[in-house]
Design a protein. Structure first.
Length: 219
C-alpha cells in the first residue's frame, strides 16, 4: 500500500475512473483508494468526504477543458507573415475558430461521458465550495473573451460580455441536451459522427442568430 500519495494523484485517478462511465454513482472512496494504491482512510487527509472530492474533481474538469480549448484554437492562429492578407482571409480563419470552439465542447463531452455527467448531471451534495465558484468564473471569463474576439474578427463588431454570456448559455444548454440524449440512447441521430455535424451546425446557428438579435436590439 502506498502512503506518500498526493491530492493531485487522487484527483487524476478519480477522473480516470469516471472518464468513460455513464453512471458515476458507482464510484466510491474505497474504489478510488484501491486504484491509487492506498487505504481509503488516507483519502481523508485531503478530502472530508466523497462529495468534497467530487467538487474538486469538478473544478479540475473545467481546467482541463479550457486547456484543450485554447490549445485547439491556437492551431488556427494566423501566421505573422499574413499581415497584408485580406479581410476575407481573416474571416475564414475566425469562422473556423468558431466551429472549433463549439466542436471542442462536443468532443470533450461525447468522449468523456463520465466527466460530462459529473459536470452537468450528477448531483454533488453539500454547499458549493468557493474555489469551485471561482474556477467557474475564471472559465466563463476565458470563454466569453474568446468568443468576443472571434466574433469581432468575423463581423467587425464587439458584443457586450452580457450578451455573449447570455447566448453562450443558451447554446450550451442546447449542447447539454443533445449530449444527454445521446448518452441515454435517445439521440436524434444514432451515428456519432453524423450527430456531431448536426449538433455543431445547430449550435453555431443558435449562437450566431441569437447574438445578432441581441446586438440589433441594443442599437
Amino acid at each position: 500500500m502506498r502512503k506518500n500519495i498526493t491530492k493531485e494523484q487522487i484527483l487524476e485517478k478519480t477522473l480516470e475512473l469516471m472518464k468513460d462511465k455513464n453512471d458515476i454513482q458507482s464510484i466510491n472512496l474505497r474504489e478510488i483508494a484501491r486504484c491509487v494504491g492506498c487505504a481509503h482512510t488516507n483519502l481523508y487527509n485531503y478530502f472530508t468526504s466523497l462529495d468534497d472530492l467530487l467538487w474538486e474533481a469538478h473544478s479540475l474538469i473545467q481546467k482541463k477543458f479550457i486547456e484543450i480549448l485554447l490549445k485547439t484554437l491556437s492551431t488556427h492562429e494566423t501566421s505573422s507573415s499574413s499581415t497584408t492578407a485580406s479581410s476575407t482571409y481573416y474571416k475564414e480563419i475566425y469562422t473556423t475558430k468558431l466551429e472549433c470552439f463549439f466542436n471542442t465542447f462536443l468532443e470533450f463531452y461525447l468522449y468523456n461521458t463520465g466527466w460530462f455527467c459529473l459536470s452537468w448531471i450528477h448531483h454533488i451534495k453539500g454547499n458549493r465550495p468557493e474555489i469551485n465558484k471561482s474556477t467557474h468564473k475564471e472559465t466563463m471569463d476565458i470563454l466569453i473573451d474568446t468568443l468576443i474576439n472571434i466574433w469581432n474578427k468575423i463581423y467587425n463588431t464587439t458584443p457586450s460580455k452580457e450578451d455573449a454570456y447570455a447566448i453562450l448559455h443558451n447554446t450550451h444548454c442546447y449542447i447539454i441536451g443533445e449530449v444527454s440524449n445521446y448518452i441515454n440512447n435517445r439521440a436524434i441521430i444514432e451515428d456519432i459522427n453524423m450527430l456531431k455535424k448536426y449538433i455543431l451546425k445547430e449550435s453555431i446557428t443558435i449562437f450566431t442568430l441569437g447574438l445578432q438579435e441581441r446586438i440589433k436590439n441594443r442599437i
